[in-house]
Design a protein around this ligand. Structure first.
Ligand code: SME
Length: 159
């Protein structure tokens, strides 16, 4: 098992390319989904040095906080509310370059400036949760993040 994650000093794409195999190695051989999710979230948080990384799970048509790394967060988010609820409602990745310009953004922390939310799907293509990542920098996410984080979301959906 990887004892630490090494991706610093690379550009974002190279960071993901380095991190992704380490994430696969981290979960290999472990069947407990919560343990795997918790470790993947920690690997993303500390490997990529994001401000907040976590998952919300769909429970009775709302999002409920799951494993995360970062400051304490809102526990429940209604479908359609905020960036997470919007990604849940439309079933697509949502990139927000400036959270203050997103109508209805839920500010769990005033430090969060930009955000990406990637839905998790079951085999019937229903949204079962979202992967939410926040940054303290404006415009910190682009299509490179979308590409790699959708791969991570696919992995999280498979646990
Ligand atoms: N900003 C999110 C809420 C979740 S916290 O950032 C962890 C949103 O508007 O969906």
């Amino acid at each position: 098992m990887a004892e630490s994650i090494h991706v610093q000093g690379l550009d974002r794409k190279a960071q993901y390319e380095s991190l992704f195999p380490q994430i696969l190695a981290l979960v290999e051989g472990e069947t407990d989904s919560l343990a795997n999710m918790a470790n993947v979230i920690a690997a993303l948080k500390f490997g990529m040095e994001f401000f907040w990384v976590g998952v919300y799970f769909v429970k009775e048509n709302e999002l409920v906080l799951g494993p995360f790394q970062g400051p304490v967060a809102c526990t429940r988010i209604a479908k359609g509310k905020g960036v997470c609820g919007y990604a849940y409602a439309i079933g697509q990745t949502v990139l927000v370059k400036d959270v203050d310009l997103f109508p209805g953004h839920i500010a769990c922390s005033s430090e969060s400036k930009s955000e990406i939310v990637v839905p998790l799907f079951n085999k019937n293509k229903e949204v079962i949760g979202v992967l939410d990542i926040d940054s303290v920098k404006l415009s910190d996410f682009d299509d490179t993040d979308k590409y790699y984080l959708e791969k991570v979301a696919l992995l999280l959906s498979s646990f």
